[in-house]
Design a protein around this ligand. Structure first.
Ligand SMILES: Nc1ncnc2c1ncn2[C@@H]1O[C@H](COP(=O)(O)OP(=O)(O)O)[C@@H](O)[C@H]1O
Ligand SMILES: [Mg+2]
Length: 406
């Protein structure tokens, strides 16, 4: 074991893993938490687990985060089981409890660790490369939301308060402009004007939710493509990860962030603004994928704002970058002077590009055939199908699989 050998040995013994740790590696992908894959010898077979140290600077209350993660993953698992789906432990994260039954281990020194089953045979990518991947990203997050539409019980804990409160985000920008502590407002004059001209965007979804026109849902809130694990053989999305920011919100926030992060061929800090554009071909696949799953539960009011949501979330992130630039770059880490202003410019250029194509985007969304609301409520389904039928069906499938192998 090359990395933090002793610590990982110790960590591994805290969880309900019935094997000996052989080696562990650090995972390159992922920017928030510290992620390790560890290989164990368990009864003579090699199995892997993910050990993750939760970022305590981003998440102030790791136990609250884990409470949400456990509720959400359990619910999804029940849905998958009720739907008689295959490969269940590759389709949703499985939290391994500690030996005393907790969903995390606190090492007494301010660090929180958690463990998941390692999902084998999948890969993640930093950016969407093909329209097919855009479809899969949309489908995966749409399915994730769909599974959680009927999560009962108390509200999930708000792990990052006011995450998408665009009005508050706008107010913070205005405050930063007014204070102008770093005398940078003159450098960002066109961007500040752009933001002020678009102020009305900030209230559209919030108004809709406050007036009850847009329902509150459970959303992922970090719908970057590297949080979708794709099957290495088929390229199909298997499992959505990074559930730390799962909270109540508007379904469209997730979709909007996908538009922002997948439809432009550039990185979010591209300086050559002529390259920044919303590519309709990507948007089409993304929205087809999303509606192939989320289309079952979204209301008309939500569907009508699908193209708009891309513009809103891109605008929201743009004003956050601008606010941070004006406030001395305290939130987003910068790698060069003016980095946050560059990021803001890229976002606003994308907002303009979406604006120009918004009518065409929404028209396309309107032409997509959505699946009809299918599933009866979870409890009914579980009651209808006796276990024996399920087992017989699984046996049948296993035999068919063996046949195929021969
Ligand atoms: N259970 C798992 N099985 C296999 N790989 C995983 C698993 N969980 C996470 N990963 C990999 O680790 C990466 C980082 O994990 P993630 O939870 O997204 O952390 P971060 O918050 O740092 O982005 C993911 O993009 C994925 O490639
Ligand atoms: Mg991640």
């Amino acid at each position: 074991m090359a990395y933090q050998e002793k610590e990982l040995q110790h960590i591994s013994r805290q969880f309900q893993i019935y094997g000996e740790i052989l080696h562990a590696e650090t995972f390159k992908i992922g920017h928030i938490n510290e992620t390790y894959s560890a290989t164990y010898d368990q009864g003579g077979t090699r199995v892997r687990y993910i050990h993750q140290k939760i970022n305590k600077h981003v998440f102030k209350e790791p136990p609250a985060v884990m409470k949400n993660v456990v509720r959400v993953t359990r619910h999804i698992r029940q849905k998958l089981e009720a739907g008689d789906r295959e490969d269940i432990t590759r389709r949703s994260l499985v939290v391994i409890p500690t030996r005393d039954g907790q969903p995390f281990y606190f090492n007494g020194d301010g660090e929180y660790w958690r463990t998941f089953i390692f999902v084998e045979g999948v890969q993640t990518f930093e950016a969407v490369q093909t329209p097919k991947q855009a479809f899969e990203a949309g489908r995966a997050f749409g399915e994730f939301q769909h599974h959680l539409v009927d999560l009962g019980g108390e509200r999930l804990l708000e792990t990052i308060p006011d995450f998408h409160n665009t009005r508050k985000r706008f107010a913070s920008l205005m405050e930063a402009v007014e204070k102008d502590h770093f005398s940078r407002a003159k450098e960002a004059k066109p961007e500040i004007e752009f933001a002020m001209k678009h102020e009305a965007l900030a209230s559209v979804i919030l108004d809709g939710m406050e007036k009850g026109r847009i329902p509150e849902r459970i959303t992922h809130n970090d719908t970057k493509f590297n949080n979708v694990m794709l099957d290495v053989r088929t390229g199909k999305a298997m499992c959505v990860v990074d559930l730390d920011t799962v909270m109540h919100g508007c379904a469209l926030y997730d979709f909007g962030d996908m538009v922002r992060t997948t439809t432009s061929p550039t990185l979010e800090d591209e300086r050559d603004l002529s390259k920044v554009k919303m590519q309709l071909s990507m948007f089409k696949k993304l929205s087809e994928g999303y509606l192939s799953t989320a289309g079952q539960f979204l209301t008309k009011a939500e569907k009508d704002l699908i193209a708009f949501s891309g513009k809103l979330i891109t605008f929201e992130i743009g004003i956050r970058f601008l606010t941070d630039f004006l406030s001395g770059d305290t939130y987003f880490r910068i790698h060069r002077p003016g980095h946050n202003l560059d990021r803001c410019r890229t976002q606003f250029k994308l907002v303009e590009s979406i604006e120009r194509q918004e009518a065409a985007m929404q028209k396309f969304v309107g032409s997509i055939q959505c699946p009809s609301p299918s599933e009866p409520p979870l409890n009914d389904r579980a009651a209808i199908r006796p276990i024996a039928t399920l087992q017989a069906r699984r046996r049948g499938r296993d035999l068919a699989r063996l046949d195929g192998d021969r």
